[in-house]
Write a protein that binds this ligand. Structure first.
Ligand code: NA7
Length: 538
């Protein structure tokens, strides 16, 4: 313990949903001196960076917002069920303005490293703008999907046209009119972008490595009466979200899909399909994630929909997912995705049947021995999920140990919020917390509230540090893996399993709590109530 006075009580890295709420909570609830560093030139995080055509949230807007600003829940009017990126960014800018958050934020500044000073129990934080500051607590609010994955395609530097990654689109957009465009990837991002780009491009070619099960978003205006009823019941909604399985107003059907009649099953599937959004994924029969036969029935329904929607049976076959269970990769929500492949101007190049991408050439892309010419290539190739953004901080914990060393075989965290050997570091929606398997704002708020209470408790007890014990951490890691190994999820080459990045150790990144985000919240609260069980306070 030390008397050294840090420059800040807390440094927060990132000014998205998580960093904004962390600042608000630590500064305005606890009265701490906080500095937020943000690489972008304003707030927004995910919604600042992801400006590709069609970018919108996949959670209903009424639950994709901060719940701690109660008046704003009543005042804010969303224009549609799943607002587009500019509208969400407007909302976050409004929150920043309304709560005077920007005065404690330093933009255009990337944290390049931080080391824990064991003598003074402080973090020393460095930025690319030359700042070196000290802080008692370091809060990583860096987002789960913020480190871009741009595969190292041979020859990219020779391409004579323009190319973009979806998460680094230029402000003001890209004009695809009259252009020959390639989209590489068919994940949730590409599924949103492809129908939009196809409306502009002269010719769009989609390079698919793995076909995806898509379900219609069913975006549109929300009935004003529904909105009014929701506003009247926000307290109830918040309560339900916090106790829910995935942070949505969805619950599994408490039956086996194998037990119901064909008619009942089809009726329920139709209902979920018509509801749109994540119902089919997160409110399906309870054995869907566990039993291959149950899963096959759900998958079969979606495959039939693809065959019905896509006119050319050969193209439909390519678009039908193979080799992994439904729901074990992130469910993309679509608006006219499969319909887009009926356009004469849209071509699908499927790695399995047409050959995979060999290289980028001066003129375009060579795949399966064939050359395709393009003016623009859009890489919708995703992210180095969850561990990527944390590793990029170049943190050095006790004894100068890095996260790269600590996580050589995949993430090791306690509760997904802390890492042994890295005292006073908190990771909002970090690896091995529900995070990306939940409605993010719900999980962000839970972590921020927990961290706020934790820091408050530490300060009140006259201590200066908190650190997960290696034993508690390894028990947590074992628990996270044990739970997921009881599901079908490990069978997919998903980014959840770290399988999208060559060389990334195969490990499940989030946490699938058997009792949902509600159960995870209870677990975290119990840890706190038992005097921060599994942590050492010093
Ligand atoms: P995803 O879901 O990781 O999708 C990336 C896509 O790019 C996916 O289809 C990948 O195929 C494909 N990909 C990745 N690397 C390559 C290479 N080397 N060659 C060909 N194709 C490749 O990222 P998104 O941005 O769509 O979505 C990320 C999350 O953001 C989303 O889940 C939401 O939570 C928000 P693969 O399936 O790996 O075979």
């Amino acid at each position: 313990m030390t008397d050294a006075t840090p420059d800040f009580d807390a440094v927060v890295v990132g000014a998205g949903f998580a960093g904004m709420h962390a600042l608000k909570s630590l500064r305005d609830t606890l009265g701490l001196k906080v500095r937020v560093y943000e690489a972008g030139d304003s707030v927004g995080g995910t919604w600042y960076w992801n400006r590709y055509p069609g970018a919108r949230c996949d959670s209903d807007a009424y639950i994709y917002c901060f719940t701690w600003d109660k008046p704003l829940l009543q005042e804010w009017e969303w224009s549609e069920r799943y607002p587009e990126q500019p509208e969400i960014l407007r909302y976050l800018e409004h929150v920043a303005e309304r709560h005077d958050l920007k005065r404690d934020m330093q933009f255009n500044t990337r944290v390049t490293g931080a080391e824990f000073d064991e003598t003074n129990t402080l973090w020393t934080v460095h930025t690319d703008k030359g700042d070196t500051v000290t802080a008692r607590f370091l809060i990583a609010a860096v987002g789960s999907l913020s480190t871009t994955n741009l595969p190292r395609f041979k020859g990219l530097e020779t391409f004579k046209g323009r190319w973009y990654h979806t998460s680094r689109f230029p402000r003001g957009g890209v004009d695809f009119t009259g252009k020959r465009v390639a989209v590489v990837g068919t994940g949730a991002t590409a599924v949103q972008a492809i129908p939009e780009i196809a409306q502009q491009a002269k010719q769009l070619t989609v390079f698919q490595r793995t076909a995806n099960y898509c379900v219609p978003a069913r975006n549109g205006k929300v009935d004003p009466e529904v909105t009014a009823a929701r506003k009247a019941d926000y307290a109830g909604i918040i309560d339900r979200l916090r106790g829910s399985f995935f942070g949505f107003e969805h619950s599994f059907i408490p039956k086996s899909v194998l037990e119901v009649s064909d008619e009942e099953r089809e009726r329920e599937f139709d209902r979920m399909w018509d509801t749109g959004g994540f119902a089919f994924w997160l409110a399906n029969y309870q054995d869907m994630f566990f039993d291959q036969k149950a899963n096959d029935l759900c998958a079969d329904y979606l495959k039939r929909k693809i065959r019905k929607t896509v006119n050319d049976p050969a193209v439909a076959e390519k678009l039908i997912p193979k080799g992994y269970a439904y729901g074990t990769k992130r469910q993309p929500l679509d608006t006219n995705y499969f319909e887009t492949f009926n356009k004469d101007t849209v071509l699908l190049v499927d790695a399995a049947t047409d050959g995979s991408i060999e290289e980028i050439t001066e003129q375009g892309i060579r795949a399966g021995g064939k050359d395709y010419a393009f003016d623009i290539i859009v890489f919708a190739t995703g992210f180095d999920a969850m561990t990527g953004p944390l590793k990029a901080l170049n943190l050095k914990g006790r004894g100068g140990r890095t996260l790269d060393q600590q996580w050589a075989d995949g993430p090791h965290s306690y509760l997904g919020i802390s890492v042994a050997g890295f005292p006073n570091l908190f990771t909002i929606t970090g690896p091995q917390s529900p995070s990306v398997l939940s409605n993010m704002p719900v999980s962000i708020e839970q972590h921020v509230e927990w961290i706020t209470n934790c820091i408050d408790a530490i300060r009140k007890s006259g201590k200066t540090s908190i650190e997960a014990t290696p034993e508690a951490q390894e028990q947590w890691v074992a628990h996270v893996n044990e739970v997921v190994n009881g599901t079908l999820m490990p069978g997919a080459n998903s980014w959840y399993m770290s399988a999208n990045i060559p060389g990334k150790p195969r490990a499940f990144l989030p946490y699938l709590c058997p009792e949902g985000v509600g159960g995870y919240r209870r677990k975290c609260d119990e840890v706190a109530a038992h005097g921060y069980e599994g942590f050492v306070l010093a």
